[in-house]
Write a protein that binds this ligand. Structure first.
Ligand SMILES: [Zn+2]
Length: 260
């Protein structure tokens, strides 16, 4: 099973790191992570698993095709039981333990459409303090300091509240496609109203960096409002910083600083 461990170990380590209690990104069974195995399949955290201390058996290998097909069905066509049956049948090894997370649809869609290899979805308290307030859209649309723009992209995609499962996956797809049309690149951060954060990246280190920076930005945003209100970077300042060759080089180093 060398292929299993070579693709699963980095995801396992990333998931445990995101799940460390002192990070305050997730508690209990919150959050989920995934990574592409090849063009046909991906690993995803199994339903009900705690990210902190998760083991290899806490993940399921799933085929893209049947999951992506669920998103093409007319809304309301598949009830929860039908969805569960498709998820179970989509496992590369149907006899393996574990049911894929209920959020398997948005992971499949983002890995497939955004050209990224890893996804980390968490519910950080600092981010959700904003996403459960009237300031969520404002937090997503603005950047306050250069490193935020460099690591998290020129803005975050924003998703209005949707029911977890297929409705949420469809809402995320709409926001991700809109972002890619506007910016000609995939979002690095997707913010979900009344729910949480999704980081998209090419390596586990990039997911950890993006998540940490988005959480730091959320603390700063909150703090700036307590002393008056935030002063956002202008659109010109943001564009200048994300296009500077030295910043692009620095960003590349952040992505590569990882043990594949
Ligand atoms: Zn969630």
């Amino acid at each position: 099973m060398t292929t299993t461990s070579s693709t699963l170990t980095p995801l396992l380590d990333m998931t445990r790191t995101l799940g460390q209690p002192h990070m305050d990104y997730v508690i209990i069974g919150e959050g989920n992570t995934s990574c592409r195995i090849d063009d046909d399949s991906f690993w995803i955290k199994a339903s009900g698993q705690q990210m902190n201390g998760i083991s290899e058996s806490g993940f399921a290998a799933v085929k893209f095709a049947p999951i992506l097909e669920m998103l093409e069905q007319p809304v309301g066509e598949l009830d929860l039981e039908a969805q569960k049956a498709i998820m179970q049948a989509a496992k590369v090894d149907p006899s393996a333990p574990g049911i894929p997370s209920v959020e398997v649809t948005f992971h499949a869609m983002l890995l497939h459409e955004c050209g990224v290899k890893y996804i980390g979805h968490t519910h950080p308290t600092a981010v959700n303090r904003l996403m459960c307030s009237m300031r969520g859209r404002e937090f997503a649309a603005n950047r306050m300091f250069p490193d935020e723009a460099v690591l998290c992209g020129p803005e975050s995609a924003y998703v209005p509240y949707a029911d977890p499962g297929l409705p949420l996956a469809l809402a995320i797809r709409k926001a991700a496609r809109g972002y890619m049309q506007d910016w000609d690149e995939a979002p690095k951060v997707i913010l979900l109203a009344n729910h949480g954060l999704i980081a998209l990246g090419q390596t586990p280190q990039e997911i950890l960096n993006i998540t940490a920076m988005a959480v730091k930005a959320a603390h700063i945003f909150y703090g700036a409002y307590t002393v008056g209100e935030p002063v956002f970077m202008t659109r010109e300042q943001v564009l200048h910083i994300v296009k500077r060759p030295d910043e692009i080089y620095r960003r590349q180093l952040f992505v590569e600083k990882t043990s594949h």
